[in-house]
Design a protein around this ligand. Structure first.
Ligand code: 5GP
Length: 290
């Protein structure tokens, strides 16, 4: 080992925090493997995008699989020439292929679900559509993180994960978000791991996010279907924003200006749906995912 880097107190704390988050994440994934929710394929895929999982030891991964105890894990690793301390990130292409083959019969990796991204001007009724869609059970709806304060009727972990500016910045730095954007003075983001897990588990996923974020998702995951929800008329949108009593008048005026800019972005989207009737929108979205 070379000399450890010279770290400031702050950097040391950040490094410790990161290590602890990674450990928790590995424990979470191992628990899912043990419960049979994750196959070896799923974990290898997650490891391609997530540093914490890429650093999981191969031995730990194998031992978590049902029916693979310490003995079978070490015999297998010896046979495939995988050193006992090797981490997933250090596996060679042939070793990955061999591991996949070895467990092919026992892994029931489902077909990945579809990813729908619902965007549109603020006030168009995206969240109502998302709530109805969640209730149908056909979609897993992502819960975003935001730095904005909760409105009176909102709950942490249900409507959003309400986090501080510092926590948001840390998560951006550690690449925990699939996308993030600033909107009306606050920051919003989609947590990456939960979306990825739902897709790999075969669930259809809905993100209800603003336009800049939707574009980022498409750039990372080209299979994403971008849906733009349009108000039946501009007047209708103004009326809806006006009726939103939870925002201050300045905030509402700001949102109206934003909505105007957002409407101009519709052409970028794969599908445009007019929000005449929520039930119809929900049906169209379910059809898009099937
Ligand atoms: P609100 O503050 O009214 O809940 O949301 C404001 C805007 O942020 C809405 O257009 C909503 O779709 C968007 N938004 C919510 N979550 C996310 C997210 O995770 N990422 C991005 N880019 N936008 C989001």
């Amino acid at each position: 080992m070379g000399r450890p880097p010279e770290l400031s107190h702050q950097e040391r704390l950040a490094a410790l925090e990161k290590a602890s988050q990674s450990r928790k994440r590995r424990a979470e994934v191992k628990a899912k493997i043990k419960r049979g929710e994750f196959s070896i394929d799923t974990v290898l895929e997650i490891a391609e995008n997530e540093e914490a999982i890429a650093k999981m030891r191969v031995r730990e991964l194998l031992e978590a699989l049902t029916g693979v105890g310490k003995v079978r894990a070490s015999t297998l690793m010896e046979r495939l020439n995988i050193s006992p301390t090797r981490r997933i990130a250090g596996l060679g292409r042939h070793q990955i292929k061999a591991l996949r083959n070895e467990f092919m019969k026992s892994s029931h990796a489902p077909t990945p679900g579809k990813l729908l991204v619902l965007s549109g001007p603020g006030g168009v009724g995206k969240s109502t559509v998302a709530t109805r869609l969640r209730a149908t059970g056909d979609f897993w709806v992502s819960i975003s993180a935001t730095t904005r304060a909760p409105r009176t009727n909102e709950h942490d972990g249900v409507d959003y994960f309400f986090i501080s500016e510092e926590e948001f910045s840390r998560k951006v730095k550690e690449d925990e978000f699939l996308e993030w954007a600033e909107f009306a003075g606050s920051r919003y983001a989609t947590p990456r791991a939960a979306v990825q897990e739902a897709l790999l588990a075969g669930r259809n996923v809905l993100l209800e996010i603003e336009i800049a974020g939707a574009k980022q998702v498409k750039a990372h995951l080209s299979q994403a279907i971008l849906v733009f929800l349009e108000p039946p008329t501009w007047e209708e949108l103004v009326a809806r924003l006006e009726a939103r009593g939870t925002d201050s008048p300045e905030r509402r005026a700001e949102r109206l200006q934003l909505a105007q800019d957002e409407l101009a972005a519709a052409s970028f989207f794969d599908v445009v749906i007019v929000n005449d009737q929520v039930e119809q929108v929900v049906e169209q979205l379910i059809a898009l995912a099937s």
